[in-house]
Ligand binder design. Structure first.
Ligand code: HEM
Length: 392
């Protein structure tokens, strides 16, 4: 197989896990970048400092599909994204030995922990809260065992869990077991479900819009030619058409429909009509992403799925300043997994586009508003047929 050294996004050589100082959020920022790198690295078989092109997990997963058939896309993507999280965040113990168990527990945690009732009344003695706490305890027990076994054997792995174990605060204190477990569950919680939903909406839109589907497939052909089949970081980084298709799906269906901030200092907001509002210290304010994403003076025909609105010459995501596009929030607590999320969705969808002809069999999904992270309602059935000549 042809070989090539994996390029680092910033042109540096990939570094071993570094000791990180600063706050937990700073720590998370560093780790998410490392998560992204771990994922990119996972697509290659390591041969010393050289990597061969082989995204083993993803290829294996889709190899199980037949020549043609029908699948519930939402379920497939959910499974696949858990596999990717299993590899990049949790490591090979989970992936190799207890994937199904962790997958089911995590599914239950998400299902019970993302109800309106559990978000508004997290400590109320409700059945959903009790189930959430039970599965959280089971997950903790599994991850604690992994952390302890790694520490006692002196074995290290190339994943985010290891980075959390090895990290230290600015004052030199190591992370505790409870912090490591809490952070890894938070990362899974923040990143996996949102990405499943984003990739399902992206698929539903692509398969309902032949012109964008054709453009995305054409882009794959061009990039495969340009990179002579080497699927490296640059290859995924250059998928502008697919990137815009994902970004637009996230505008129309933001998985996080609002976010809130506690006001620490009084400040004044001026509307575009010039009206001023004083926001007092101590208040909690909410930014409704769902509303922001449809503002007609920012987005032309906001109800229309139009990925080109982010393209050269239009750039509507900048029309109202740096907070025009808030699917990943903004400011100090903006999403730290944005690049990682785009990358994993591109890795999946580019593989599907290169290898399969796909058709949406069920009507375009409605939104299930009963969930805190609104998702496509019901099954999203897609029929597939392997391409006679995959784009490679
Ligand atoms: C399409 C996928 C994703 C979307 C739409 C999304 C969206 C968001 C949004 C809107 C916030 C901000 C919430 C706020 O401002 O209060 C956020 C925060 C966060 N996200 Fe994501 N996210 C995605 C994927 C990920 C992934 C893959 C990870 C990590 C593996 C991740 C980790 C986090 C973390 C740790 C925070 C908290 C940051 C902080 O409080 O400083 N997210 N995300």
């Amino acid at each position: 197989a042809p070989t090539r050294t994996i390029p680092d996004p910033k042109g540096n050589r990939l570094q071993p896990p570094a000791v990180t100082g600063g706050s937990i959020i700073g720590l998370l920022h560093t780790l998410c970048t490392k998560g992204l790198r771990a994922m990119v690295r996972d697509q290659y078989t390591k041969l010393g400092s050289v990597f061969t092109v082989s995204f083993v997990g993803l290829k294996d997963y889709f190899a199980k599909w037949g020549q043609q058939g029908k699948v519930n896309l939402k379920k497939e993507l959910d499974h696949l994204l858990m596999l990717i999280s299993g590899r990049c965040l949790l490591g090979k113990e989970v992936r190799e030995k207890m994937f199904e168990e962790v997958f089911m527990l995590f599914y239950e945690l998400t299902d019970n922990g993302m109800r309106l009732s559990s978000v508004l009344f997290p400590y109320a003695p409700l059945p959903a809260n009790r189930r959430r706490d039970t599965v959280r305890a089971k997950l903790s027990a599994i991850f604690t065992e992994i952390v302890r076994s790694r520490k006692s054997s002196g074995r290290t792995e190339d994943d985010v869990l290891q980075n959390l174990i090895d990290s230290k605060y600015g004052d030199g204190r190591s992370t505790t077991e409870a912090e490591v477990i809490g952070l890894i569950i938070s990362l899974l919680f923040a990143g996996k479900h949102t990405s499943t939903i984003a990739s399902t909406w992206t698929g539903a839109y692509l398969l309902s819009n032949p012109s964008y589907l054709t453009a995305a497939v054409e882009e794959q052909k061009q990039l495969v030619r340009k990179y002579s089949g080497y699927l490296d970081y640059g290859f995924f980084h250059e998928m502008d058409v697919l990137h815009r298709c994902i970004k637009e799906a996230l505008r129309v269906h933001p998985p996080v429909p609002w976010f809130s901030r506690k006001v620490h200092k009084n400040f004044t907001v001026r509307t575009k009509e010039g009206q001023e509002y004083e926001i007092p210290r101590g208040h909690t304010i909410v930014s409704p992403v769902l509303f922001n994403s449809y503002l007609p003076h920012i987005y032309k025909d906001p109800d229309v799925y139009d990925p080109d609105r982010f393209g050269p010459g239009r750039q509507e995501d900048k029309a109202g300043g740096k907070f025009s596009y808030t699917a990943f929030s903004g400011g100090r607590h903006a999403c730290i997994g944005e690049s990682y999320a785009y990358m994993q969705i591109k890795v999946i969808w580019s593989h599907l586009l290169r290898n399969f002809e796909l058709k949406l069999e069920t009507p375009f999904p409605e939104t299930n508003w009963n969930k805190i992270v609104p998702e496509p309602k019901g099954e999203v059935t897609v029929s597939y047929k392997r391409r006679l000549l995959p784009i490679q």
